[in-house]
Design a binder for this molecule. Structure first.
Ligand SMILES: [Zn+2]
Length: 204
């Protein structure tokens, strides 16, 4: 006898520079204009709460609460909220999938943006599961810096071999044809040996 309550999950996925946050902010702003109660979250590395903003590359911003874990995110969702936005969802723990399901089951529209793959083109953190359970998935693309085609990958061009290398300058948007396996320079990560070394000119 319960009717449709509007809860569902939509995921905006793509590489770096693909406009994920812009699209997230655009959708959230429409909800604000429609007078819906909206809350926005983003991950922090440390465990303090902070009221911050999510900012897109075209300088659009929206107030957001930074939380360290999916459990904290769930605890901070206010009663009566109709739309929950989550930026950089790939950095959350795997529990974020259940949290999104709980929120959607409770009638909340969940809109989340995240990197679908890391610099090695491996599916990133909880993203595979989120893409599976979401009602709606949008893949957005950047422009390949080499050939101007649609770029699906975050090509690492500087730094070590850690999955997370903070800073836009360590990456370029690349398409499938222009993507190259990244090998860190010896002084940056001497312990790592890749089985497919790239020619020296490919490493910058
Ligand atoms: Zn290309």
């Amino acid at each position: 006898m319960d009717g449709y309550r509007g809860g569902w999950i939509e995921i905006i996925a793509g590489g770096m520079f693909s406009g994920k946050s812009e699209e997230l902010i655009r959708r959230l702003r429409r909800s604000v204009i429609a007078r819906q109660r909206v809350q926005v979250f983003k991950p922090v590395i440390d465990d303090r709460f902070a009221t911050e903003e999510i900012v897109s590359r075209d300088e659009r911003r929206l107030k957001a609460l930074a939380v360290a874990t999916s459990e904290q995110l769930l605890a901070k969702v206010e009663i009566g909220v109709q739309v929950v936005g989550i930026d950089e969802i790939q950095f959350f723990d795997d529990g974020v999938v259940d949290v999104c399901m709980q929120l959607a089951d409770a009638g909340i529209r969940v809109i989340a943006a995240g990197l679908d793959q890391d610099y090695m083109r491996r599916p990133f953190g909880p993203m595979p599961a989120l893409l599976a359970v979401a009602e709606d998935v949008s893949k957005v693309h950047a422009v390949c810096v080499r050939c101007r085609g649609a770029a699906h990958y975050s090509q690492r061009v500087a730094g070590g071999n850690a999955q997370v290398e903070v800073g836009d300058s360590s990456y370029e948007a690349r398409c499938r044809s222009c993507y190259e396996i990244y090998t860190a320079a010896a002084d940056e990560d001497a312990a790592v040996q890749l089985t497919m070394p790239q020619p020296a000119e490919a490493v910058r």
